[in-house]
Design a protein around this ligand. Structure first.
Ligand code: TPP
Ligand code: SF4
Length: 249
């Protein structure tokens, strides 16, 4: 009998702390599958963020270190420059990357660091109780915007891929989601491309993944995936935002 599905070697056999329906578990799995398929487990170093994914180093079965709030791109820069043969990636939420670590991600992208970033956009600060994030959409109710985000009071949502696309050092920027099986497959393809870019020394790649946070959105898991498709992706359109990879490469 052919085995068509099994456990990923790059994931440990332990329970995750994520809530039911959370996107983080799916995205961890996609990263692990890509690392298995590219056969780079022995030379990969991940950088975990603050936020719900803070324990990513418990879940992945390869070297992972932890950086303080928003600093994964700076830590990744140091590791990659010292150990250029390693495959180095950061895994960051929107509070970590687009609020606390805005400067780090902009300058790492601008320098064209040959690293990969997996940016998990769930439009809220998940771990600390669902406060507004830079990616919270207009009108969205959160713990700190109980009447909905108002542009005049709290500013507009930040589109990270579009923001970084003006930087010459950014090679590949794509936004995907994990809201249904078709989108999960597309997300995996994008994550694989982002790792391949690093293996081919193409510079900075970031994949933004729209991810459901049913707990802080106060939705059921089913409602939360619908909300990603029907509402969140209107503010954050899916697709390649920038690609400097030539077709023949
Ligand atoms: C400088 C600083 N700001 C804020 C916090 C609190 N804090 C820790 S995790 C976190 C939320 C991170 O949210 P996000 O990156 O969106 O990840 P998620 O939990 O949604 O996966 C915050 C605000 C902190 N510890 N230090
Ligand atoms: S709070 Fe949200 S992001 Fe955090 S584990 Fe729960 S569903 Fe996932």
């Amino acid at each position: 009998m052919n085995k068509i599905f099994g456990r990923c070697y790059s994931l440990k056999e332990i329970k995750h702390s994520y809530c039911p329906g959370c996107g983080h578990g799916i995205i961890h799995r996609l990263v692990a599958e890509v690392i298995d398929e590219l056969d780079i487990r022995e030379k990969t170093i991940g950088i975990a963020p603050v936020g719900c994914a803070v324990f990513a180093y418990y879940y992945w079965n390869f070297d992972v270190t932890e950086a303080s709030h928003g600093r994964p791109p700076a830590v990744a820069t140091g590791i990659k420059r010292c150990l250029p043969d390693k495959v180095v990636f950061t895994y960051q939420g929107d509070g970590d990357l687009a609020a606390i670590g805005t400067a780090e991600i902009i300058h790492a992208a601008n320098r064209g660091e040959n690293i990969t970033t997996i940016f998990v956009n769930n439009a809220t600060y998940g771990m600390t109780g669902g406060q507004m994030a830079p990616t919270t959409i207009l009108g969205q109710k959160t713990a700190t915007t109980p009447f909905g985000r108002d542009a005049k009071r709290e500013g507009h949502p930040i589109r990270v891929c579009e923001l970084l696309s003006s930087l010459d050092g950014a090679c590949y920027l794509e936004r995907v989601s994990v809201s249904n099986p078709k989108n999960v497959l597309k997300a995996k393809k994008a994550i694989k491309k982002a790792f391949e870019n690093q293996l081919n020394n193409r510079g900075f790649s970031l994949v933004e993944v729209l991810s459901q946070c049913p707990t802080d959105w106060q939705m059921t898991p089913v409602e939360s995936v619908k909300w990603v498709d029907e509402v969140l992706s209107k503010t954050f359109p899916l697709g390649v935002v920038k690609s400097q990879i030539k077709e023949h490469e």
